[in-house]
Design a protein around this ligand. Structure first.
Ligand code: 5GP
Length: 190
């Protein structure tokens, strides 16, 4: 069966903004025909994260080999760990007709926007917290990381806020249902 090639949906936003919860809700809507781009990372698994589902957890040597093979659509170093999106993984899903969600940070997003040939097949969405204080509270409540890492994530968030205008859409995650509705409408528009 021949499928129409799927789109790329870039979702960015600071740590703790609720991207995971938003994505889970979006996946309940089968009509959106979504697939998740499982990234490769050198960071350690957190809590209940599973290899091959949340990330492909690899060591630095494996990650570097993938860079050499030129199999990253984009990659970055985020507070000491590497994260990257596999070109072949994403293309395979798109060819099956899925709209592929790339949950990536801002540096990776700008690489994709620069390097990907078919700009009209991409939509980019930045998710904002209702306030910086709300974000800080959520990250601290997660309590899965050391204070040092939490501080780094919060500082990174301030940097990320500055580039939100580079995205096609900015959605505030104050009420989860509302944010999911807004993003659903954006995806349906394309
Ligand atoms: P976390 O450690 O919280 O899972 O992810 C840290 C940041 O890296 C988040 O902003 C997340 O969206 C981003 N990220 C996850 N996978 C990738 C990827 O493949 N590429 C890039 N550039 N960022 C990623």
């Amino acid at each position: 069966m021949l499928h129409k090639k799927g789109k790329l949906i870039i979702l960015s936003g600071p740590s703790g903004v609720g991207k995971g919860a938003i994505i889970s809700k979006l996946f309940e809507n089968k009509k959106l025909n979504l697939a998740y781009s499982v990234s490769m990372t050198t960071r350690q698994p957190r809590n209940k994260e599973q290899d091959g589902i949340n990330y492909f957890f690899v060591d630095k040597t494996t990650f570097m080999k993938n860079i050499e093979k030129n199999d990253f659509l984009e990659y970055t170093n985020f507070i000491g760990n590497y994260y990257g999106t596999s070109k072949s993984y994403v293309l395979n899903l798109q060819n099956q007709g899925y709209n592929v969600i790339l949950e990536i940070e801002v540096d990776g997003a700008s690489q994709v926007l620069k390097n990907y040939e078919h700009r009209k097949d991409i939509m980019s969405i930045f998710i904002m917290p209702p306030s910086y204080q709300a974000l800080e509270q959520r990250i601290r409540m997660r309590a899965s990381e050391s204070d040092e890492i939490i501080e780094k994530r919060l500082n990174k968030a301030k940097e990320e806020f500055k580039v939100q205008h580079q995205y096609d859409y900015v959605v505030v995650n104050d009420d989860l249902e509302v944010a999911v509705w807004e993003i659903t409408e954006i995806i349906k528009k394309k």
